[in-house]
Design a protein around this ligand. Structure first.
Ligand code: SER
Length: 584
């Protein structure tokens, strides 16, 4: 079955079962707390919580869509058999129209009768975090003749919430075999039964916040078109499907299979991002686009001066997808490409020459190449080959963060700081060694505040903070003394976040938009028009903690090492003071 037919059949199947077909939303989401659209349910979030009325907007409580999605979480894996940045997600959704029985029957019907594929096995939620084992789904599957039903845990088969709070619930997944005999997760069917008033991190860390039942439970399903096409077309990888295979004829034989896959993925992603209005820049989604474009430019460069690879494949991509996505605009795509290429080529040649001279490439060298020639990490790693073997993304980001600290500290020094290298009012360090320690304690303080809020509730708000190389001292509003077990719970959450080695990043946003992300800020303070929101986690959307802040922070929470709370005391009416230290 051709991928175009799969899209059509999917939408027709659900349209004939009372679903309103809704167009894919843009890759630039409405929700300011997420950079890009990563799932079909994002545009429907407000219908699950009854903030909006699906019947009024779509004429039905049930919808179906083929959604453009872009995920950066696997970008380093692109080039293998299965990872992509851009992909399409087929989904059906219900906001109180139907629930488990129909959702499972529909999915089973579509896979076995329309696609004619056998289901290898399915998964259900095994029960935890106060949510029962999903026996209802098991018996629905059994009644349809599917007997291999496997129980999984909260990490795999419990979706959401996305962002700082939202709908969430247990899922059931369908697995099928591909031509190589591998079991592939094809369809994720989410039962949004709950609303969680916190982030997914908080839910997983067992915070005091409780899952609340949604007044009307909903359904959210997602099935990757590329994977389904791979199985339906009986080919060994997604790159052998009709979504990709004819692109490869255009690729230079001087580059290997891995490079070909990266080119195919990135060129497709770039076409869609540009057509949805993303432009290359050094920030946020603009930076994501710039990274993939520059990587393509390097491949083109390596393939030979005369090569005009992108100009030959972009029209093929647009031709392939234009019927389903009329917003694809070839002229704009090529124009943006030409502009970025002209800008980047100037320094690329110099940067590559510099890179070729280096006997080994560590994080410092990689950062210098980035700073002086704009060579992104991926390119240095790629072209450095053997010589860059010890170079890691984490190491590179550390160097990046270190550089930010140093330039910030330099500025502090220049503008006078009582002989201290750094004095932000909150953070004080006299030399580089102290700076490294207070940076770790600063991130600890953010995690501490969120952990206090998780354990004691949202009464906790920052009242003051003072960080030296010895300890962090944090004052917060709370009406009574903390119990020993509460202190222990806070300490455990902090150390858990440290162990998970979550990335720490920031986004610079207009202040109102930053407030809408749910990030914590100091009510007393006057903020400029644009502020940085520092967040701990893979994305702002899923972050464990987010706060308005000027930095500096560590790049990854693992750098903090074990943390101990050493004192909790009163410091005025309704205010407590807590001190924490680093153990290593
Ligand atoms: N939201 C779920 C997912 O993205 C199901 O659509 O997998």
């Amino acid at each position: 079955m051709h991928s175009g037919d799969i899209r059509k059949q999917f939408l027709e199947f659900f349209a004939s079962r009372g679903h309103a077909v809704v167009r894919s939303s843009s890759l630039i989401p409405d929700d300011p707390s997420v950079l890009l659209t990563t799932a079909g349910m994002q545009q429907f979030k407000k219908y699950y919580t009854s903030e909006a009325d699906a019947h009024k907007d779509f004429g039905s409580l049930n919808t179906a869509s083929v959604q453009k999605s872009f995920r950066t979480s696997d970008i380093d894996e692109v080039g293998d058999e299965s990872h992509l940045t851009f992909f399409e997600m087929l989904g059906n959704f219900s906001f109180g129209g139907y629930f488990k029985k129909e959702a499972i029957q529909y999915a089973h019907g579509f896979i076995t009768s329309v696609m004619n594929l056998p289901i290898s096995y399915v998964t259900i939620f095994g029960g935890s975090h106060g949510v029962q084992k999903d026996e209802e789904s098991r018996s629905i599957w059994n009644s349809l003749g599917v007997s291999d039903v496997r129980e999984e845990g909260i990490d795999d088969v419990f979706w959401g919430p996305t962002g700082s709070s939202g709908p969430c619930g247990p899922t059931t997944e369908i697995y099928c075999r591909n031509a190589k005999g591998q079991y592939i997760e094809v369809w994720n069917i989410v039962f949004n039964e709950f609303f969680y008033p916190g982030s997914r991190e908080e839910l997983l860390s067992g915070s005091e916040k409780k899952l609340e039942r949604l007044s009307t439970p909903g359904v959210d399903t997602g099935m990757g078109l590329e994977r389904l096409a791979m199985i339906a077309q009986g080919v060994p990888t997604i790159f052998d499907t009709d979504l990709f295979n004819d692109l490869f004829d255009q690729f230079p034989s001087t580059l290997g299979e891995r490079e070909h896959r990266i080119i195919a993925d990135h060129a497709r992603g770039a076409c869609f991002l540009i057509s949805d209005g993303v432009r290359p820049s050094n920030k946020d989604r603009g930076y994501i686009l710039r990274k993939i474009l520059r990587r393509l430019i390097v491949f083109e460069h390596r393939a030979g001066e005369a090569m005009n690879l992108f100009h030959s494949i972009a029209p093929l991509i647009v031709g392939k997808y234009r019927e389903a996505y009329p917003e694809l605009h070839l002229d704009t795509i090529l124009l943006e490409w030409d502009k970025e290429k002209a800008k980047f080529l100037k320094t690329l040649t110099l940067g590559l020459k510099e890179l070729q001279k280096l006997p080994t490439i560590n994080e410092k060298a990689a950062f210098r190449l980035y700073e002086s020639y704009g060579l992104p990490y991926e390119i240095t790693k790629e072209i450095g080959g053997e010589r860059a073997q010890s170079l890691t993304r984490v190491g590179f980001e550390k160097e990046f963060a270190h550089h930010q600290e140093v330039s910030r500290a330099g500025a502090e020094k220049k503008f006078g700081g009582h002989g201290l290298l750094l004095d932000t009012g909150e953070l004080k360090a006299k030399d580089a060694a102290e700076l490294a320690v207070v940076t770790r304690l600063h991130t600890t303080t953010h995690i501490l505040q969120q952990a206090l809020r998780s354990v004691l509730g949202t009464e906790v708000a920052q009242a003051g903070s003072d960080i030296t190389a010895e300890r962090t001292r944090f004052d917060f509003t709370f009406h009574r003394k903390m119990m020993p077990d509460e202190i222990k719970a806070v300490e455990d959450i902090i150390n858990d976040v440290v162990r998970k080695d979550l990335p720490v990043s920031f986004l610079e946003l207009p202040v109102e938009e930053a407030q809408r992300t749910g990030a914590l800020y100091f009510f007393k303070e006057k903020y400029p028009d644009r502020v940085k929101v520092y967040y701990v986690g893979e994305s702002l959307d899923s972050a464990f903690s987010k706060e308005f802040c000027g930095g500096p922070h560590v790049a990854h929470t693992g750098e903090i090492g074990p943390v101990k709370i050493v004192k909790e005391e009163s410091c005025g009416a309704g205010t407590r003071r807590i001190r924490a230290v680093l153990l290593q």
